[in-house]
Design a protein around this ligand. Sequence first.
Ligand SMILES: [Zn+2]
Length: 87
Amino acid sequence: MELRNRLEKLEARQKAMAAEEIQRQKELHWMRCPKCGHQLSTQHHGAVEIDVCPSCRGLWLDANELETILANENGLFKSALKILGRR
Ligand SMILES: [Zn+2]
């Protein structure tokens, strides 16, 4: 019983430490360029927010943002074809 208690406490401490480490890493890297470490700035392009590095000009997209951009591009492309009289 004593041993089990100690193991449970140890496990809880390890979980807390892992959560702390995840939080620490997030604070260190949040909105930082993975290439040069500069602070990223957010730019709005239509419905999509793109994180841009002002130093190396790298671009970062969140999940599904590329699909949104491509869908919009496709829409624009189709509109252009309609204007040109093709379908
Ligand atoms: Zn950068």
